[in-house]
Design a protein around this ligand. Sequence first.
Ligand SMILES: [Zn+2]
Length: 426
Amino acid sequence: MNDGTPDSGGELRSADLLRDYLEGPGLDLERYDAGNGRGNLVARIEGSDPSAPSLLLMGHTDVVPANPEGWRHDPFGGELVDGEIWGRGAVDMLNLTASMAVAVKHLAAASFAPRGTLIYLACADEEALGAFGADWMLRNHRDAVWADCVLTESGGFAMPLPSSSGPKLPVIVGEKGAYWSTLRVHGTPGHASMPLRTDNALVKAAEVVRRVAEYRPATTLDGVWRAFIERYDLPPELAARLGDADGVRAFCESYEDLGVARELHAVTHTTFAPTMARGGVKTNVIPDVVELQVDIRTLPGVRGPEVGAMLDEALGDLAPSVEVVADSDDPANASPFDTPLWDSLQRASRALVPNATLVPLTSTGATDARFFRALGATAYGAGLFSERISYAEYGAMFHGNDERVDLESLRLSSELWRAVATDLLA
Ligand SMILES: [Zn+2]
C-alpha cells in the first residue's frame, strides 16, 4: 500500500507475481527495479511493422491505505463473496491492471503476431507522483514503454443520465490540472486575554475559508463537454440546459444525484476546495499566521495567473492580507478523440455491449496518462463494467470503503483490451 512515503508501496512483489503469471512463450518480460522495493513489470509482443501504431496497456499496482473499521470485509483479504472480489484496489485499479494481464496472456497464448507492438506495463506509485512508476520508466527506460496509443484507468461505466438511444460509455480523454496552493493569512500577535479589535489571523482565515468555499468561478463549456452532450443523445430539453453555461450551473446546484452533480460541475469549472488549516501556537496567544491548504483543480488553459485572478475575486478585500504559494503546478492535459484508437475502442465496446456509444469525458483527477500525453501519445482512460454496481457506489469506492468489483466486469474489461489490441494492431 502506497502512503506517499518512498518506503511504502512494495510494488516489486506485484511485479514478481505478475511475471510469474505471464511467464510463457510469446511474451518478452522485463522487471525494472526502481529501488526501495518499488518497481515495474513490462511485457511486450513485438510488432512486425515499425511504422504501425503501437499500444500500451498501463495499469498501476499500488493502492492507497484503507481503514478496516469502515469495511464489511477485510480490505486486504481479496475475498470472493457472492460474485464480487473485495479489497482495496478492486476498482482503483487492480481490476484493470489484472484484466490487462489476462488479455495479454491470452493474446500471447494464441500466438498473436501483430503489425504494431503491444506493451503491458504494471507500474508502481500512481497514487503518489509516479516517481518510481510511469514517470520513472519514461525518464529511465523510455524505449521499453513508449507507444503511440495508451489505455489506462478508467472509463466504461455508464452514467445515470437519460439517453434516447443505447448505452453511453464515458472514455477519459483528458485530465484537469492540479494547482495545489497554500494560502498564508497574516495577523498581529498579542495577549488573548484582551481580544477586542485584535488582528487575529485565525479569525481572518475563517472568513477566507468561507469565501473560497462559496466562490463560484465562471463555467467553461469546452470541446470535450460539447461532444459529451451531443453524443450522449440526451432528451432535447436536458441537452439544451447542459449546453448552456447558466443551465449547467443551475443543474449542478439542484440535481438530486449528488455524484453526477459534483462530477458534471467539476468538469465544467476550475474548482477550489479548502482542505487543511494549520495555525496558532498557544491558547493564550492571538495567532499571527495561519496556513490554509486549498486543492485547486484547473481546466485546460487555466494556469497560475488565471488562478491568481480567481483567488483575488474570491477573497475580495481580504486578498491583500493573503499570501498565495503554489505547491504544485500540473497543467490540465487532453488527447484528441478523432483517432484510430478511439475508433478501435468504439468497435470493441459495441461488440461487447450492443448499441454502446463512447462519449468523451474529462477526468477530475490525475492518472499516469498525463506523463504520456505530455510527450505526445494519445492516452485514454477506459474499461468496461457490468450494471451490477451502481454509478454512485462505484464513485464512492475510489479511495473509499467497501471497494469491490464483480466478476462480470473483470471479464468485460479483459475482453475489451483483447479486442482493442486485435483491432488496432493486427
Ligand atoms: Zn488509480
